[in-house]
Design a protein around this ligand. Structure first.
Ligand SMILES: [Zn+2]
Ligand SMILES: [Zn+2]
Ligand SMILES: [Zn+2]
Length: 165
């Protein structure tokens, strides 16, 4: 049995031929250059689009390496927010559709958040948004693993298109 390998940075189990960690974007081999700058060493692989980028083109957000284009995603517990609403029915529907497409969605809200999460993530998730009547409502966030973000957004887009018309 080969020894199990784990990412130095985030502890995710990785295969022995992995070139980078798909969870946090840490690169394990040398000689990977930036997708934009072929003379610069890559500092990480974007967890969302899986391209390698140098330190000018990407950064770590909550321990996960993201390219500049994808660095605006909110990251909670290693997962990225792809949708947010206070409409519980809608978000449960979206979650079930993503599950049917073999994705791994997770709902993040004050109600379903285990108390033991604690810390800044918990406070961030509880941030308040106002609805049309000015009442304060809690946003329920639909999270997916970073590597599923692009797929999930495509599916959500298609649902929105079809419900709109
Ligand atoms: Zn990692
Ligand atoms: Zn990216
Ligand atoms: Zn670059």
């Amino acid at each position: 049995m080969p020894e199990k390998l784990f990412c130095d940075f985030c502890g995710t189990e990785i295969s022995d031929d992995a070139e980078f960690c798909t969870k946090c974007g840490t690169i394990f081999i040398d000689d990977i250059t930036c997708f934009n700058h072929s003379d610069d060493d890559a500092k990480g692989v974007c967890a969302i689009c899986h391209q390698a980028y140098c330190k000018r083109c990407g950064l770590r957000v909550n321990s996960i390496f993201l390219c500049n284009e994808h660095s605006n995603y909110e990251i909670y517990e290693g997962m990225a927010r792809v949708f947010g609403t206070s409409d519980e029915q809608k978000i449960n529907y979206l979650k079930s559709v993503l599950e049917e497409n073999s994705l791994h969605p997770f709902l993040y809200s004050r109600k379903s958040t285990p108390l033991n999460l604690g810390g800044p993530d918990y406070l961030a998730a509880a941030h308040l948004t106002g609805d049309r009547d000015g009442n304060l409502v809690y946003e329920i966030k639909l999270l997916v693993p970073c590597s599923e973000v692009l797929q999930a957004e495509k599916i959500i887009d298609e649902i929105d298109q079809s419900t709109l018309g």
